[in-house]
Ligand binder design. Structure first.
Ligand code: ADP
Ligand code: ADP
Ligand code: ZN
Length: 221
């Protein structure tokens, strides 16, 4: 699966498990994992103008404006390490972003191979986001109950886990609404272009990973 250009989108509500699956699937397939949320958070840590701008939206659980997000993403996929294909996690999140991505890939003679929807109910999402923590050093994601950090061999030899500001209850409710209003229309968008594949996200992370890999294999032969 590594010797061809393959662009894959992971779609799903906040907390569906996109990041968790993207990390594992990138390792297995050699695809480059690109998370727009991670890019914004990295800019924020580095104190860039882009990071400071993004923060004003992220804190409220709103989307960063399309023009800014699209420019950042297109610049990133133009770099050499992304030329062999990527696994998009958290992008696109609006129809405008999806269209901009389609245009850019068409211009370079490529297209999306498949968009995989990780399907999870709102109740499960609230449980997942409420317990999500990440390593203060490397950002690896854990869950206080479903995927706790290992006390015997802590991540980065550190026991410090932090909760994202936007994983607090008020921001979670808003993010679910923003998903329903602005991102869920992408399910129809990719269904119409025949690119949508849905996996049941309410299984163990390993079982979701098996289904995800099968969805990629179905389009890569
Ligand atoms: P989640 O884990 O909830 O899916 P992400 O880490 O992907 O969240 O994104 C966190 C925040 O970063 C979003 O709530 C939004 O403010 C911003 N963001 C990330 N990706 C995008 C995007 N494609 N378009 C607009 N805003 C985005
Ligand atoms: P997203 O990137 O879609 O926002 P994450 O991958 O960050 O989602 O997962 C959200 C939370 O749910 C994290 O705390 C993660 O450890 C946990 N999680 C991910 N996949 C599963 C799963 N299949 N079952 C239970 N918890 C999960
Ligand atoms: Zn770590």
């Amino acid at each position: 699966m590594t010797d061809q250009t393959m662009y894959v989108i992971l779609l799903g509500p906040p907390g569906a498990g996109k990041g968790t699956q993207a990390v594992q699937t990138a390792e297995r397939t050699g695809l480059l994992h690109l998370s727009t949320g991670d890019m914004f958070r990295e800019n924020l840590r580095n104190g860039t103008d882009l990071g400071n701008l993004a923060k004003t939206y992220m804190d409220k659980g709103e989307l960063v404006p399309d023009d800014v997000t699209i420019r950042m993403l297109l610049e990133r996929i133009g770099r050499d390490d992304a030329k062999a294909g990527c696994l998009f996690d958290g992008f696109p999140r609006t129809v405008e972003q999806a269209k901009a991505l389609d245009v850019a890939l068409t211009e370079q003679g490529d297209e999306i191979a498949v968009t995989v929807l990780i399907d999870v109910s709102n109740e499960e999402i609230t449980r997942r986001l409420g317990g999500r923590v990440s390593c203060a050093t490397c950002g690896s994601v854990f869950h206080e109950i479903f995927n706790p950090p290992n006390a015997d061999s802590p991540c980065c030899d550190s026991i410090k886990m932090i909760q994202r500001d936007d994983d607090k209850p008020d921001a979670i409710a808003n993010r679910l609404q923003v998903y329903a209003d602005q991102t869920e229309p992408l399910v129809e968008y990719y269904t119409e272009s025949g690119k949508l594949s849905t996996v049941n996200g309410e299984q163990s992370p390993d079982a979701v990973g098996v289904d995800l890999l099968a969805a990629l294999q179905a389009v890569s032969s």
